[in-house]
Ligand binder design. Structure first.
Ligand code: AMP
Ligand code: MG
Length: 343
């Protein structure tokens, strides 16, 4: 299959909408990462997403809408809980996905057999325009091959998906850079299953009490059931081995310099650059600037492999407040939970 490269123009957005309405696959820009979209109400089209990504069939997809009203208009959920209105008012459109009891229109391919469905209203104007042009909600996981870092540019998508999907619409680089925050509204107390651009602190502030699933910070134990199936897989990983160092800033620089050599890289901050020697460096941005770090993370993880010959990548264990928690959650999976404690 030839993958068309579409641009951010009215006519290309119309083309993307038509491909989607006809059961095709189009990678679309959103404010989080690029999504691999298909008509969410067409089970056959959705099944092609799993095939193109090599995604395990038990990992459900997020349904993207172009307004809050689309949820009831397309019968996506069986009931909208009160908290959904409150969260939508404060955080939609934006990087927050809400899980509710699924409605009759949702094919099993989308929910992966669960009785719930994840819904998001993205803020990216091009994403909204494509959903409207398609005339249907769009199921869209990240547009990478399963297991590799999520794509934040159209070029990342092409690297993984060229020849596997109908089209990619290039809308520039994604602002947030990590996937949406996922919260389930099904239990009595809403529970964060995946951290993202909307922070746990913001959600607590909006709702009072919320829970954070154990799998956000920790590896699931053998045989333990994942509330969010996606959290149980090794994920976001470059081919090189990522190792996280739990340490102070001084210890980080000392350890990396001591272990420097061909085939070693450091995922670091701007402030480290003049202090590191004998390793390839990839900066996530200024120390403490979590937004910048989230924005740069997946591009850096992809660039590691582009260097060729890099076998080991050292990074600090990130902080867990604010958007730092989303960076922590992705990096610890990229590292397969391998952390060296230098304390
Ligand atoms: P992706 O679209 O690739 O960012 O992945 C979507 C994430 O949302 C995965 O971690 C899924 O496991 C999770 N997810 C989607 N739908 C549900 C659902 N109904 N219940 C729990 N987790 C879900
Ligand atoms: Mg993904």
């Amino acid at each position: 299959m030839q993958t068309q490269l579409l641009k951010n123009t009215q006519s290309d957005i119309k083309t993307a909408g038509a491909i989607l309405a006809n059961g095709g696959l189009v990678a679309i820009p959103t404010e989080t990462v690029y999504g691999l979209a298909a008509d969410a109400l067409n089970g056959k089209a959705v099944a092609r997403i799993f095939e193109a990504k090599g995604r395990p069939m038990d990992n459900p997809l997020i349904v993207h809408v172009a307004s809050f009203e689309d949820i009831s208009r397309f019968r996506l959920v069986s009931e909208i809980p009160d908290v959904a209105y409150a969260l939508a008012k404060r955080f939609w459109p934006g990087p927050l996905t809400m899980i509710m009891k699924k409605g009759e229109a949702i094919p099993d391919e989308v929910s992966a057999g669960l009785d719930t469905v994840a819904v998001r209203f993205p803020s990216h104007p091009v994403a909204q325009a494509i959903i409207r042009a398609a005339g249907t909600p769009l199921a869209a996981p990240s547009a990478n091959l399963s297991g590799s870092p999520s794509p934040t540019t159209a070029q990342h998508v092409m690297n993984d998906m060229d020849g596997r999907i109908d089209a990619v619409l290039d809308g520039g680089s994604c602002e947030v850079g990590v996937e949406s925050t996922v919260i389930t509204l099904v239990p009595e107390v809403p529970r964060v299953l995946r951290p993202g651009g909307v922070t746990v602190e913001q959600l607590s502030d909006a709702l009072g009490g919320i829970d954070v699933d154990d799998a956000v910070l920790h590896q699931l134990k053998e045989g333990e059931r994942a509330a969010s199936p996606g959290m149980k897989y090794k994920h976001y990983a470059p081919k090189a081995n990522v190792i996280l160092l739990k340490c102070t800033d001084d210890e980080f620089v000392r350890y990396v310099n001591q272990n420097a050599g061909v085939g070693v890289a450091a995922l670091c901050c701007d402030e480290d650059l003049p202090l590191l020697g004998g390793v390839k460096t990839l900066s996530l941005g200024k120390r403490g600037d979590y937004d910048a770090q989230a924005h740069a993370l997946f591009d850096c993880l992809r660039r590691v492999d582009g260097y060729g010959g890099v076998l080991t990548v050292y990074s600090r264990l990130p902080q867990t407040d604010g958007v730092g928690l989303a960076v922590y959650n992705r990096l610890i999976r990229a590292a397969g939970f391998e952390v060296i404690d230098l304390a």
